[in-house]
Ligand binder design. Structure first.
Ligand SMILES: Cc1cc2nc3c(=O)[nH]c(=O)nc-3n(C[C@H](O)[C@H](O)[C@H](O)COP(=O)(O)O)c2cc1C
Length: 335
């Protein structure tokens, strides 16, 4: 039985729900071709960072210096800005080349936190041919004088200012650390987000005890990380006028199936491509197709959200009751 894998993400028709997440593999045109050949329905390019765009201005240097002096997070997060392979204009050119190189939608990615002049790159990426833009708001709220509401407003203001600059669809990628993620999601959609990408992984700095230094640290994800975005996609499905993309922890075909039945319009993958190669996309798609056929679904659309909070037999499974049940039913032995 052939299953209809088509989906719509950010208003764009895709041939299936598997999208390459923003990552450095997208730097190479040859990788993009391989991704498209292996079945990727769309590709998110690695991010162009606000710091890359702004780092030559005096104002940015001042803030950067102050931040780096004050917070360990700031120190470890920003790499040497001159080390980036692609400068801002190179990045725009790369998006234009990517568009010509492959026949699948290309989503450009901007990564930043302030509503400064760097936002003009959103329009430049649109003009370069990007089909949509993903805005990754990666903010470490390390200032003890800033309230949660002020942090949230930063996200909203930034999303609104990027949205104002473009006509192509906008997705906002954010982390899970909000007191009320659902409220934040709703406000972002009201501010103009056409889709939400859940969740950004916040990379934790590590310590080098020999050098007594704080060092940047990136580890590929594990399938265990799927459960956090899975819960929130399931809670939000059907409640927002926006697309939902699940990112973090999709490694096996059943992880992609879970993303769909939670209610995601697409699943995005990065780590599995580093671990297993770009061909892993084909394995994921084959597994999705097989599972849907075995369970007599005619299409991805039919399966989507089957276990969302609105549709699943026990909606409290996503809330506090589930926590109590998990703790009280645990029978693990002390080793
Ligand atoms: C090597 C690497 C580079 C990444 N670069 C970016 C980036 O430039 N922008 C971004 O928004 N996310 C970036 N990510 C995060 C991924 O897009 C993705 O959201 C995250 O890795 C979770 O998905 P996964 O579990 O499939 O890896 C990167 C991830 C990896 C592993």
């Amino acid at each position: 039985m052939t299953v209809d894998l088509r989906t719509t993400y950010l208003g764009i028709q895709l041939k299936n729900p598997l999208v390459v997440a923003a990552c450095s593999l997208t730097d190479q045109l040859d990788n993009l071709r391989q991704m498209a050949d292996a079945g990727a329905a769309a590709i998110v390019m690695h991010s162009l960072f606000e710091e890359q765009i702004e780092h030559e201005t005096d104002e940015f240097q001042r803030v950067y210096q102050r931040g780096a002096d004050s917070f360990a997070e700031a120190l470890t997060y920003f790499p040497d800005l001159d080390e980036y392979r692609l400068g801002p204009q190179d990045y725009v050119d790369h998006v234009a080349q990517a568009k010509k190189a492959v026949g699948v939608p290309i989503i450009a990615s901007l990564n930043g936190v302030t509503t400064g002049g760097w936002v003009r790159y959103a329009k430049m990426l649109q003009d370069a041919g990007a089909d949509a833009l993903e805005l990754n708001v990666y903010y470490i709220a390390a200032d003890m004088n800033q309230s949660g509401a002020e942090v949230e407003q930063k996200y909203i203001d930034l999303a609104a200012s990027v949205k104002k600059a473009i006509q192509i669809p906008l997705a906002v990628k954010l982390g899970p650390f909000f007191s009320s993620p659902g409220y934040m999601a709703r406000r972002l959609v009201e501010a103009g987000a056409d889709g939400l990408v859940l969740f950004n992984r916040f990379l934790q700095p590590d310590f080098d005890l020999e050098e007594l230094q704080v060092k940047p640290h990136l580890e590929l994800s594990t399938p265990a990380e799927l459960l956090l975005p899975l819960r929130w996609i399931a809670i939000l499905h059907g409640r927002l006028q926006a697309s939902l993309a699940l990112t973090s922890g999709i490694h096996r075909p059943m992880d992609l199936v879970k993303a769909i039945v939670a209610g995601a319009d697409v699943g995005m993958v990065a780590s599995v491509l580093y671990r297993e190669g770009i061909g892993a996309l084909r394995t994921l798609l084959d597994g999705l197709q097989r599972w849907l056929a075995d369970h007599e679904y005619q299409s991805v659309a039919e399966a989507r959200g089957a276990l969302s909070q609105a549709k699943c037999p026990d909606p409290t499974a996503f809330e506090r009751g589930n926590y109590m049940r998990a703790l009280t039913s645990f029978t693990g032995q002390v080793i």
